[in-house]
Design a protein around this ligand. Structure first.
Ligand SMILES: CC(C)(COP(=O)(O)OP(=O)(O)OC[C@H]1O[C@@H](n2cnc3c(N)ncnc32)[C@H](O)[C@@H]1OP(=O)(O)O)[C@@H](O)C(=O)NCCC(=O)NCCS
Length: 191
C-alpha cells in the first residue's frame, strides 16, 4: 500500500468488485472511461482477477484509491499501464473518483501524486504520459497541478456523446517531478 495525505493506493481484491460495480455503469462516469459499454458484476470480478495477474507480472499496476482518514472506503481507481521496462515509461490508463460528490475535494490530486511518487521513486520510471479528452478541464487542471504538461492534440480521436472529440497528450518526466515534489513521505501504511 502507498499512502498519501488523504488517500491510500492498494491492490484490489475480488470482494471489491461489488463496490466498483455499484458505480461502474453510471453513464456520467462511463463517459470518462475507455469504453462506454456497461459491464456485468461477473465482468468486474474477471477484471479484478486480470488486473491482479498483470500486477504480479509487473506489466500493469492497477490500484484502488481508498479514503484513508475517516471512511476507509474504496472511492476510486488509478493505474499505470503500457509499461516499457526498456524505455522506462508508462501511461495512466484509468483514473476516477467514483462519486461526483467526492470530486473536487483533493482526493484525485493526492492519489495522482502518490502514484507518480510510486512511478518515479519506487519503480524508477523515466516518464509517465496520458491521454485526456480535451474538454475534460477538471482532469487537465489536476494533471497540470501534479506536474504534467500538454504536449499536443490528437484530433477527433474519441467518440463521446455523439461527437468526435480531440484528445490532449500530456507527460511528466521524473526529473521534473523530483524538482517539484522530491521524494514524498510514504506515511505509516506502506508495507
Ligand atoms: C478527474 C478526477 C479523478 C479528479 O479527482 P478530484 O478528486 O475531483 O480532483 P481534485 O479535487 O484532487 O482536483 C484538484 C486539482 O484539480 C485542478 N482543478 C480542479 N478543477 C479544475 C478546473 N475546473 N479547471 C482547472 N483546474 C481544475 C486544481 O488544480 C485542483 O487543485 P486545487 O484544488 O489545489 O486548486 C475526478 O474528478 C473524476 O473522477 N472525474 C471523472 C472521471 C475522469 O474525468 N477521469 C479522468 C479521465 S482522463
Amino acid at each position: 500500500m502507498f499512502s498519501g495525505q488523504h488517500t491510500l493506493l492498494r491492490r484490489l481484491e475480488e470482494a471489491d468488485a461489488e463496490k466498483i460495480f455499484s458505480h461502474w455503469n453510471n453513464y456520467e462516469l462511463r463517459q470518462y472511461l475507455p469504453s462506454p459499454l456497461p459491464s456485468s458484476q461477473q465482468d468486474l470480478i474477471e477484471l479484478v482477477r486480470t488486473k491482479d495477474k498483470l500486477f504480479r507480472e509487473r506489466s500493469e499496476f492497477f490500484f484502488g484509491i481508498e479514503e484513508c482518514c475517516t471512511s476507509k472506503e474504496l472511492i476510486g481507481i488509478i493505474n499505470l499501464e503500457s509499461i516499457s521496462w526498456i524505455s522506462r515509461h508508462a501511461f495512466i490508463g484509468s483514473f476516477c473518483i467514483f462519486k461526483p460528490s467526492l470530486r473536487g475535494k483533493g482526493y484525485g490530486r493526492d492519489a495522482m501524486l502518490t502514484l507518480l511518487d510510486f512511478a518515479f521513486n519506487v519503480i524508477d520510471l523515466h516518464v509517465v504520459a496520458l491521454l485526456v479528452e480535451s474538454y475534460n478541464k477538471h482532469a487537465i487542471g489536476l494533471y497540470e497541478n501534479c506536474g504534467f504538461m500538454k504536449r499536443g492534440t490528437m484530433r477527433e480521436l474519441v467518440y463521446r456523446n455523439g461527437k468526435h472529440c480531440d484528445v490532449t497528450v500530456m507527460d511528466v518526466l521524473k526529473k521534473d517531478f523530483l524538482d517539484r515534489y522530491g521524494i514524498l513521505p510514504k506515511g505509516e501504511n506502506i508495507i
